[in-house]
Design a protein. Structure first.
Length: 204
């Protein structure tokens, strides 16, 4: 499982999350980022081309060495200083109030203790700091939810711990954020894996 997780999953994620259809969503979710930015699940750097000019620096939390290596060309082509500064979103190596913004794109599904990770994000954001996110998760349709619950154990095994049925809004709000803008919509893929939540939450 270690070889699969460390050497196969990052390549799958690079391809699956690097599809052209995701680029408009990346552009939307990165809009409004500013100052010092914490990015959870930096992966292969697919968001780098979409950082706005208002971003001063990015601290990238990425557990996979292969994902970080795959990101090298995008980091080299970008204009924003990026440092790999943490391997685990559940325990961030930063003092309180370190960042103006945080970014998470299709990452909350895989963090084992997502409640702890969101608590850490809130801790390191300044009061009024923003969490920008686009995530797949629990469908509002009860019929789809039943399939998500059934398929979730299989999905976790084949997709590096990815969950199908996390309630993104509830998780973010329970961590102490207020959600200002949120759009829940069906993507182009099957509903059980492509119910998307895109929005901005504010740390109080």
């Amino acid at each position: 499982m270690g070889i699969y997780r460390d050497h196969v999953v990052p390549r799958i994620v690079n391809v699956a999350c690097g599809m052209k259809a995701n680029e408009p969503l990346r552009e939307r979710v990165c809009a409004g980022l500013s100052g010092r930015v914490l990015e959870l699940g930096f992966g292969s750097g697919l968001n780098v081309p979409f950082y706005p000019d208002t971003v001063d620096s990015v601290s990238a939390v990425e557990p996979a060495d292969l994902g970080w290596r795959l990101s090298a060309p995008r980091r080299a082509a970008g204009t924003v200083p990026i440092e790999r500064a943490g391997l685990d979103g559940q325990e961030l190596p930063f003092p309180d109030n370190s960042f103006e913004s945080a970014l998470s794109t299709w990452t909350m599904c895989t963090i084992p203790d997502i409640e702890a990770a969101l608590g850490e994000v809130r801790r390191v954001l300044i009061p009024g700091g923003t969490l920008h996110f686009v995530e797949h998760g629990l469908s509002p349709d009860p019929k789809v939810q039943r399939w998500q619950h059934r398929l979730d154990p299989i999905q976790q095994r084949i997709a590096g711990g990815c969950h199908l049925d996390r309630n993104i809004r509830a998780l973010i709000e329970s961590a102490g954020f207020g959600i200002g803008d949120l759009e829940v919509f069906q993507g182009q893929g099957p509903a059980f894996i492509d119910t998307q939540s895109l929005g901005v939450a504010v740390s109080h």
